[in-house]
Design a protein around this ligand. Sequence first.
Ligand code: GLU
Ligand code: ZN
Length: 305
Amino acid sequence: MYVGRFAPSPTGPLHFGSLTTAIASFLDARSQGGRWRVRMEDVDKPREQPGAADAILRALDAFALHWDGPVLYQSQRLELYHDAVEHLRVAGRTFACTCTRREIADSAAPPFLAGQEGPIYPGTCRPGIRNGIRNDLPTRALRVHVDAEPIGFEDRLQGYFEQNLARDVGDFVIVRADGFIAYQLAVVADDAAQGITHVVRGSDLLFSTPRQILLQRLLGYATPRYLHLPIAVDDSGEKLSKQTFAAPIDGLQPQRAVCAALMFLGQDLPPDAEYLSLTALWDYAGAHWNPERIPRTTAQHCSLG
Ligand code: GLU
Ligand code: ZN
């Protein structure tokens, strides 16, 4: 049984990039007779934009992208995440970290590897702040310690991808200094709890996947199949994102936006696509969905910003 999902963060309205992700995950699920769930990733309260969650759901509705079951809100699932954190702690895989951003930046100089989000954590607090090291300092974050062996997976589009987490990422944060649960942990707990079998999402998350696989292994969860889509970039090569104020897609002409997204994904359009009802468009696109035709790249230009 196929269970897929679309998991937007409510940091702004749906834009071309997130619409494309929604459509690809929807069609992949539909074409395999699977279920398609929507999860609102609203754990990161400081980054949330008021009203964005509702606006995203209204837009999905306007596009006739109908999801199965209730929408899941991460903000209502903190207990599940804290149980997972506790499991990792009892297994001896976590440690409290007192380092400031500044200290980490100073100890690990650029250049960074492709896809690296920042400096690699130098392991300062790994021996344990309780063991006499730096125990006068306030705890900032809880980290998971990683292994120095590669973690790889076969992406349905991008092919084999692996990272050595110790070398490429470092011990990473699962509970942030501000007390919020980190994305990496919440996404793994929810994909498992919802029985997600297939993840279709933007390739900006390709570099997060080995961390998520490590957490799945430590927590005894199954690893879903992954397909990382090319992300839409604008004329200057910047990712279209809610943060860079990519124009919200035009809800008045949904067929136009859908056709642009299907073309971006390399899919066939039905004749007179712009004049079909959305339902007819989805029936055609679902029946003709061919992931093999998605461009095998991590970023692709798009003029419909
Ligand atoms: N919430 C994440 C985002 O909007 C996506 C998470 C995922 O698909 O794993 O970027
Ligand atoms: Zn530290």
